[in-house]
Structure formats: C-alpha cells, structure tokens
Design a protein around this ligand. Structure first.
Ligand code: 39S
Ligand code: ZN
Length: 754
C-alpha cells in the first residue's frame, strides 16, 4: 500500500530548546547530562509528532547537536588532525564546530542553495576511516524503545566526499571512496542487525552537474554497498531535478529513489519511464523549502500520475526534502492575520498534507474530505485576496529603464572623487556592520515587544548602545565607522518588518548553523517602502563623530533569498520590487549626508541555481537588482557590498559586474584561498578580504592577520585593499571584539608604515 514518508524533521525545537540547551552548555551554565537530556526529549517529541500526524515512515539520525555533515565526519572517523587528541567525543565534536584556543574551527559553508551551513570535511592523502560513533544506531534503538521503527538517514559517501576539501596538494577526495565504503557497509549491517529494514541515504549531488568521475563513484559505491545482508536503501535526491543523471540514478542497485517534484515537477515523466519495476519511488510533492500551504487538489492529480505508473505498492508520498528548512509548527503563530495564516503550512502541517494525500490515494478523496476542503478554501481566498496586488508597485517595476542600473561615471573616475572626498589612509579599516547583540540588547528588545518597557525607554537604550559603539571604534582608531545595528533583530527580518508586502512570524525559526537560527519573513504581496527604514539611526550615529559613518542596508537578492518568497510570480520580479525599495532608502541616506553606504549581498551566491545551465539567467537579474538598488546616488558616494560563507570563485565576473566601489568578503576560514580568484580575474574595484573568522570565539593574533594580509597583497595591488573582519560581529562578545579589532588596526597601521 502507498505510504507516507518523511525525510527529516527540524531539530532545533518549536521554542528553540536545542539552541538554548547548547548555549547554556557552552557557557558552562549547564552540564553534559542536561544537554543530552534536552536532545533526547526533542527527538522523542519529534517522533511522536510525526506518528500523531500519521506518517508511516519516520526518519531517525536526522537529529544533530550541531550539523549532520559534522556528525557524518565524526562517525566515519574523519577527524582533522588538529582535533585528534581530544579524547572526549563531545568535546571533540564541539571543538571541530567552534574551534579552540589553538585549533581553528572547521570551515563552514552553505548547504546547496539553502541558508543552512554545514561544516566542511577535511581530507588527507592516505586517510583511513573507521566507524567511530554509534549515533545512527543509538538513535534507531532509542526510537524503537518508544515503539517506533524508523528509517535511519545517512549522508551518502559520494556527497560526503564531494562536499569535503582536500588538505593535501593533488588529493582527489573521491580517491578515498574505497577507504570509506567499508565503514558505510559496517554501519549499514549494524543498522540491519538492529532491525532497520530500510535506510535513507541522501545523495543530493545527484541533482547537480556531475563529472564522469562522480558518476563512476556513485555506480561503484552503490554496487559495493548492495550486499545481501544490507538493509534496503532509499536513495534521496532533492533541491533540483535528476535531468541528465536520470539514467544513472535509476540504474543504481538500490531499492528506492526519492525525487523532488516541487523544484522539478517535469522530472516525473522521465523518471517514471526509466524506473524499473522492482524499485520504490518516493515522490516529494510537498514543498520542504517554503511555507505555502499546498493546493491539495492539484497535488493529488500529480500523485495519481505516479500511482497510475508504479502502482500502490511501490509508492511513497513525502515532502520534497528534509523539513530542516521549515519552521516547526504554524499553531504557534497566534498573532498572525487569520487569512494569511490560512495560506501557510509549517513542518507539522506539511506532514499532515503528506498524510492527506496518502489517505486519498489509499481510500479515496472522501476519506480526507475536510482537509481537501480547507485546502481549496485557502487556494480560493489567496486567488481573490486584494492584499497581494498593488498596481503602482507593478507599474514602477515595469518601467525600470536600463539606465537605472548605471552609476554616472565608471569606477576608475568615481574612485578619484571618493578619494578626494574621504581622504582615507592606505589599507583603510572598517567593520561589516553589526556589533555584539548582547543578552542585554536582546532582553531590551524582548521587553519592548512584550510591552514591559515603552518606546522611549527602548530608544534611549539603543542610542546609548550606539554611542558606546561609536566611541569604542574611535578609540580603536578605525577609519570608517558603523552604527552597530543594535536596533535590528536580524538583517533581513528587520527590513521585512518595515516593508509592505511582507508578514513576519512569532516563532517561525529555522536553523542557520549550530545554535543560530533565523526567522525568515514571508513575502506575500507586492513590495513597497512606506517610510525610510534606517535613516534616523544612521544620521544619529553620524552626528556623534567626525569620521565617516557607513550606512548599512541589506541588498535585494539577500532579502529575497532569506525570506519565504511568494510563488505566484517569478523571483526576479519580486527581487526587482525589493531593489526599488532599497534604492529609495539608499537615496534617502545620501540626502541625510551619509557618504558611504553598504548594501550587503551575502546570499547572492547562495541563490545561484544548482545547474550551470541556469546560472546566466539568474546572475543577470540578480546583478541587475543589486545595481538598481545602488545606482541612484552621486559618483562621490561610495557604495560597499559584503559577501560571506560561500564559494565565490566561480562567480567572480558577476561580482565585478555589481560594480560596488568596495567589497568586503569572507576569506579567513579558507586561509585566503579565495584571493587567488581575485588575482586570476583581476578584480577591478576595492576589496577587503576578511582577516578574522568571526564565527569562531577564537581571537586571531596580529601575526595571523598579517600573514593573511600578506597573502592578499600578493594577489591584489595594495592600493585596492581594505582591512576588515569576515562578517558582522553580532554573535561575538565585546571583549573578543575589542581585542581582535585592536589587532586588526595595529596590523593595518604596520602595513602602512612599510
Ligand atoms: N537571516 C540571516 N541569515 C544569515 C545571517 C543573518 O545574519 N541573517 N548570517 C549568516 C550566518 N547565519 C546566522 C544566522 C543567525 C544568526 C543569529 O545570530 N541569530 C540569532 C537570532 C536573531 C534574532 O532574530 N534575534 C531576535 C530574537 C532574539 C531572542 O532570541 N530573544 C529571546 C528573548 C531575549 C532574551 O532574553 O535573550 C526570545 O525570543 O526568546 C532579536 O534580537 O530580537 C540567534 O540565533 O540567536 C547569526 C548568523 C548567513 N545567514
Ligand atoms: Zn557576512
């Protein structure tokens, strides 16, 4: 019979219980037993939620204390040598994630095109692997004790190796496949021995453009793992279609295949055609990446097409991908407008949708009548709603002219005007925008939102924090100051709260990395900016000092990328509406006397389509939207942008086309690897390669920073270089910030003297 399945449940907890438990543990405010007991409670609760929703196939080992790639690395014994001596496994695990005084953390980067970050495995020539943790087995047993026989989830060997980085010259990670496969075989056998009939193995790289070596590795790996004693394998792909990898995927000797039919509905027909009769097909028909309620009538027709072809016994109905990327439960949204709320579904509601579709396939649509009626009512209310479309927004967007994307003069001439205006020293120093969001800052905001303090009190507090930050920067002798972003909860949510066409949730948290979460705003309608959003704060901060004060905005592509986006029009159109709103803000900042304005685009790379064939079209509109937001100012106004935590090497020409006067970019965790791309490409404008990895509590020394800057100046002419951290400092504490920034300024000064 057709079954309902889930590929992964959010781990952080509806009330971010895991975040709180982790941070208490790291601070020394709780112990290991307390942390592990919260983790176990969350797993038990999430299994129970899935069972209550009626899900037949429930995953285990989808839980993680920090990151599932890090779990995999530790389970396989892929421990970077600098952490090998740490005896306690949990200490070792967090050391790899967060770094220690003498060992920098593992590198962190984006998981495909999501805002989730994983830790990048490190590989050495001749590396050995061995089964080093029993996490997958323990969690299977734990669920079994609660009466649930789960389908454990593993990251597949080829995805694991492909996403890792060789640390030795000439090492090809896939050459380690034969070393790692026996460990997978051992783990699969152990799971089978515990009673696991099926295991879900995620190979999301099957949705990417693959080399012959990768294809060969996939064939080799799954042939080797297909032993008689192994559990059956549901091979999961997601985030894109299989396309040219369809033949490869269906031919792998596994028992089942999961495909993402939300991102790539057109792949259903070719997969049905190619799939052999002995394989189970799991169809991902409920969007695991967005929060819109599904149109269940339309989905059911789609499911029926699969059912007609594979029959009832080899079909599973599932979300498109793990629900890691969804908030947990819409029921927590007690303040959301009821009409809007009726259009949404979070993880729990998505599982109910999966079950509704499954029930309809098993017993007919009438068996799930109320759910179909509610879905149809939501679809109708969404279609008819007057709050979505705004004629003046659409017509402004339609009348954007090519010249609206152009600054007046080319960079080579703007640069002279800006040099004359700001008169900055060589190697100018600056920071990326935010200063520590201390518990005190967060508590004041929470108190203000609860109504415990009034607006005047909150405002006075924020002004005092801002002034403190300005004085500290002056004292440190930084050249271009920032106001510190104390008034912001998040760099995207803050703007979403002030723009028309956006809604925001109370509790719609999604894990970004480790204990850090975001609450993406919901874009439901045409976007406009009713009033200036940041001018008062920037103008106030500028009034406190004689030094240049940088205005601080989030760019259109990043606001788009880090929101839940409407699906009734192309992303490019939504992005252009945001760009026009940001453009107005940029012009207003300039009018208020702010001469340097940073428009952050950390998510520009993340939005890049997973298939190269789609890159050009995306980069065209994404770069144009950035340019549209920036180009309304005079030539002596200096536009900065900022990017972090992604691989930028392959989009250098597009970054240059953004034509920001200055870009600050994350580089230090990868040891300035990126800089070679700037050299090879001869990046034309000014650039600040980050010299301090701010995602780790470790304070870099002057020598660390000098060595990074020396590497940078080998690749980039010194008169193009700025000196700055990798990213904003909101997650750090003041003592680390002051110490590291003092080193940073000293380093810049010593370079100037040479
Ligand atoms: N959207 C987004 N994506 C991003 C980044 C980013 O900054 N924003 N940065 C990159 C790295 N990712 C990051 C993601 C989140 C955080 C981060 O610091 N998140 C904060 C939450 C930010 C926030 O929304 N804060 C709110 C709510 C704070 C809060 O938890 N308040 C307490 C009450 C206050 C208290 O007593 O502490 C509560 O609600 O329970 C606020 O400040 O107002 C966290 O997890 O701690 C950092 C980096 C890439 N992706
Ligand atoms: Zn950043």
């Amino acid at each position: 019979m057709t079954k309902s399945a889930n590929l992964g449940f959010p781990r952080i907890g509806a009330h971010r219980e895991l975040k709180k438990a982790l941070e208490a543990y790291w601070k020394g405010a709780s112990d290991k037993a307390a942390l592990l007991s919260t983790a176990a409670e969350l797993r038990a609760r999430h299994w129970a939620v899935q069972r209550a929703a009626g899900i037949d196939i429930i995953p285990s080992n989808d839980f993680s204390l920090y990151d599932h790639m890090l779990d995999t690395a530790q389970a396989l014994g892929a421990i970077p040598p600098r952490f090998a001596a740490i005896a306690d496994p949990l200490d070792q695990y967090f050391a790899m994630a967060r770094g220690t005084a003498d060992a920098p953390a593992m590198e962190m980067t984006k998981w495909f095109d999501t805002n989730y970050h994983y830790l990048v495995p490190e590989f050495h020539a001749g590396q050995r692997f061995r089964l080093s943790t029993s996490k997958a087995i323990d969690e299977f047993r734990e669920a079994l004790r609660l009466g649930i026989s789960t389908r454990p989830v593993l990251v597949g060997p080829v995805t694991f190796l492909t996403l890792g980085k060789p640390k030795d010259d000439g090492l090809e990670p896939l050459s380690l496949l034969d070393a790692v496969l026996p460990v997978y075989a051992e783990l699969l056998a152990a799971l089978k021995a515990e009673g696991a009939e099926w295991v879900q193995i995620d190979e999301p790289i099957l949705a990417l453009d693959l080399s012959d070596a990768q294809r060969q590795a996939l064939r080799h790996a799954y042939t080797a793992l297909a032993t008689p004693g192994a559990p059956r394998v549901m091979l999961a792909t997601y985030f894109e279609g299989l396309l040219d990898n369809t033949e490869l995927a269906v031919a792998l000797p596994v028992a089942g295949l999961h495909i993402d039919l939300v991102r790539a509905p057109q792949q259903l027909a070719p997969v049905l055609k190619a799939l052999s009769l002995d394989k189970t097909l799991s169809i991902g028909v409920i969007d695991g990446r967005n929060i819109w309620r599904a149109d269940l009538d339309a989905r059911l027709e789609f499911v029926a097409r699969a059912w007609d072809s594979v029959g009832p016994d080899r079909l599973e109905i599932a979300p498109s991908c793990s629900l890691l990327h969804s908030p947990v439960d819409l029921d927590g949204e007690t303040l959301l407008d009821p009409e809007l709320k009726s259009w949404l579904a979070f993880a729990r509601q998505k599982l109910e949708e999966v079950v509704t579709l499954t029930t309809a396939m098993q017993r007919g649509k009438t068996a799930a009548k109320p759910a179909f009626e509610a879905s149809a009512a939501a679809v109708a209310s969404h279609r008819a709603s007057p709050r979505i479309h705004r004629a003046e927004v659409k017509s402004r967007s339609a009348s954007v002219a090519p010249s609206d994307h152009e600054r007046g003069l080319p960079f080579s001439q703007r640069r002279n005007l800006q040099r004359a205006r700001f008169n900055l020293p060589a190697y100018p120093t600056t920071t990326i925008g935010s200063f520590p969001q201390t518990a005190e800052v967060r508590e004041h905001r929470a108190a203000f939102k609860r109504g415990d303090i009034d607006a005047a009190t909150y405002d006075a507090f924020l002004r005092a924090e801002t002034e403190k930050a300005v004085r500290i920067q002056e004292h440190l002798d930084i050249d271009v100051l920032v106001h510190g972003e104390f008034e912001r909860n998040d760099m995207v949510e803050y703007f979403g709260e002030q723009l028309d066409g956006f809604a925001f949730t109370r509790n719609g948290w999604v894990q970004s990395y480790g204990s850090r979460c975001v609450k993406p705003p919901v874009i439901y309608g045409d976007i406009s900016r009713p009033t200036p959003m940041t001018v008062a704060w920037s103008a106030y901060a500028a009034s406190l000092t004689d030094r240049p004060m940088k205005g601080m905005l989030t760019g259109p592509v990043t606001i788009l990328q880090w929101s839940f986006v409407r699906v009734d029009q192309p992303r490019s159109e939504t992005c252009r509406q945001i760009a026009l709103a940001i453009r107005d803000e940029v012009v207003d900042l300039e009018k208020a006397g702010i001469g340097i304005i940073q428009i952050d685009e950390p998510a520009l790379r993340e939005g890049l389509p997973l298939r190269r064939g789609d890159w050009e079209a995306y980069l065209r509109w994404a770069v144009d939207c950035f340019r549209l937001s920036a180009a309304g100012v005079a030539d002596d106004t200096q536009i900065h942008t900022h990017m972090c935590y992604a691989e930028f090497n392959d989009i250098m020409p597009a970054i240059a086309e953004m034509d920001a006067d200055v870009i600050s970019i994350e580089t230090s965790r990868s040891d300035m690897e990126l800089i070679s791309a700037f050299r090879d490409f001869r990046y034309p404008n000014e650039i600040g390669p980050g010299v301090w990895d701010i995602h780790s509590p470790r304070v870099p020394s002057r020598a660390d920073m000098e060595s990074l800057l020396r590497k940078a100046s080998e690749a980039i002419p010194p008169d193009q270089l700025w000196v700055n951290p990798d990213c904003g400092l909101k997650t750090r504490g003041w003592p680390e910030v002051e110490a590291a920034l003092a080193h940073l300024v000293e380093t810049a000064k010593s370079l100037r003297h040479r």
